[in-house]
Design a protein around this ligand. Sequence first.
Ligand code: ATP
Ligand code: MG
Length: 658
Amino acid sequence: MADETLSNLLQENRRFEPPAALAAAANVTAEACERATADREGFWAEAAERLDWGQRWDQVLDWSNPPFAKWFTGATINASVNCVDRHVEAGRGDKVALHWVGEPADDARDLTYAQLKDEVCRAANALTELGVRKGDRVAIYMPMIPETVVAMLACARLGAPHTVVFGGFSADALASRVVDCEAKVVITADGGYRRGNPSALKPAVDEACAKVASQGREVEKVLVVRRTGQDVEWDDSRDVWWHDAVGGASADHTPELHDSEHPLYVMYTSGTTGKPKGILHTTGGYLVGTSWTHWAVFDLKPETDVYWCTADVGWVTGHSYMVYGPLANGATQVMYEGTPDSPHKGRWWEIIEKYGVTIFYTAPTAIRTFMKQGDDIPAKFDLSSIRLLGSVGESINPEAYMWYREHIGASSAPIVDTWWQTETGQILISPLPGVTAGKPGSAMTPLPGIAADVVDDEARSVPNGSGGYLVLKEPWPAMLRTIWGDDQRFKDTYWSRWEGLYFAGDGAKKDDDGDIWLLGRVDDVMNVSGHRLSTTEIESALVSHPKVAEAAVVGAADETTGQAVCAFVILRDSAGDGGSDIVEELRKHVAHEIGAIAKPRQIMIVPELPKTRSGKIMRRLLKDVAENREVGDVTTLADSTVMDLIKQRESSAAAKEE
Ligand code: ATP
Ligand code: MG
């Protein structure tokens, strides 16, 4: 038992078959999966036919120099043409591309595909005027407003790779990304609305430009959208208003077709496990991978669906499943600027009701927050338009899945739990809603055309019922091409553990049917008396207790067991303070749900958990607390005061114990 790769603790027997009506009309059937297995490259070539190309490709995949893949070699394509022009040319110019919703009440704007095309063309002309040329990098530091999408597509049109930096990040984070990818122009706004107030962006850009200059580089131009109207400092030689430059530009722009492998963007990872990496995505394969998966996994019917992905554009989900995938597919979608609880806790549900959202894609962290607040909030809104739900970012705990299904999906909408990474660019493991049954907590099966497996230390495929490392055995179209400027780090980080295998850093298991369950980062695996325990299953056991909303588990050094399980728990609002025996009650609950070996040594009830901007729990910081260390790098935390709150709780709990 002690030589196991990763324990398999949690048993989950609930299962939901695809709704019959959805299955009957589904975009993808079981037959597609068989075809893909028989001829992977042929399958992706067929998916590529859904896009508009200039020159056709000579080769679907060139894998002659692994791990450096080339997809659709020799072909030419323009991403922005595929996302806007071709829909207008096909007579769909009046179709709404974006239902944009600002955070302040009644601040909303619809953009049709024709309007979006004009804006993208104007912005492309304006950027050219500002000196942006093919191959130049452009940093985008913006709130969630339509201009952000326009800016990205204008860069793509010119072949100037963008790097979008989340608007909540500091001047330091912006500066380090600008320096790393040598961006010469920054596109920003005076500010955006968050939590009911205008929050400034331009001052951080000014500060970042100074930092960049101090490192001997220069940001040549800063293009500024006026969003909030707040006062801004102005550098006449550098700063340009968007409404002047873009507003005054022509809406005619003849796009150049770029090589399929031309860089599209650099995106920095969330930094959950360490220093963010600049992930490079290129054009043709990326667009094939994102548009096909968006159509297949969400069963998108562009004529009738209203799609909403709540991700910020500052992380990869916003790139693949708000910008490139959906727009390439001609979808109508919602884009929302603000926070879910502004001006009231039902804001998201109100938006779904208003626009008749049919497909909704969000993160488990948000779902657990809604669980914490109570069922009565979504119950006040008409969510009957919803026909499909998606989840991304972390494993969805079975109880969170059940809550999502019942309270948002009327106990009928299928849930697609989509596993992927900044590096993978596209969804790789997910149920197909018309083919695959849903099991609460499982990402189920690799998509057609994807060769994923769970292996042991010797890279042997593990049998059903066992855990191990999640790997990819064959290239896929939207895969990262390298880490920007650092091919060696690319090889070392992803390809060095086993010859020829991409190792994603995640642990996973196969259940008795061979379906895949993600178990968290292998870096977070705990070794308790020789048993290798993953974080996810213990967290899910805690979340299955009716008083618990969220949980994070880490391993802390322990004299007798090597490591011991330490849990940090947020209670549901309805549970009050949980009662005097709450800690013992939860320890027993875990032992009962998954076994005594997983029983936490210590449980701390906390008001919040440290999360990245994309909502992932930063377990490494909790481990610092559990092991009484100085807390490490907090620069990618959404709210840096959270760690102080947790430390205060800990010291008052320690005082009580004494
Ligand atoms: P860094 O690599 O800098 O530490 P990160 O890995 O948090 O940052 P992302 O690329 O945003 O940055 O996150 C990808 C990771 O998110 C995956 O490796 C996986 O751990 C987790 N993840 C995403 N979707 C799922 C899912 N559906 N189920 C389980 N885990 C998921
Ligand atoms: Mg990662």
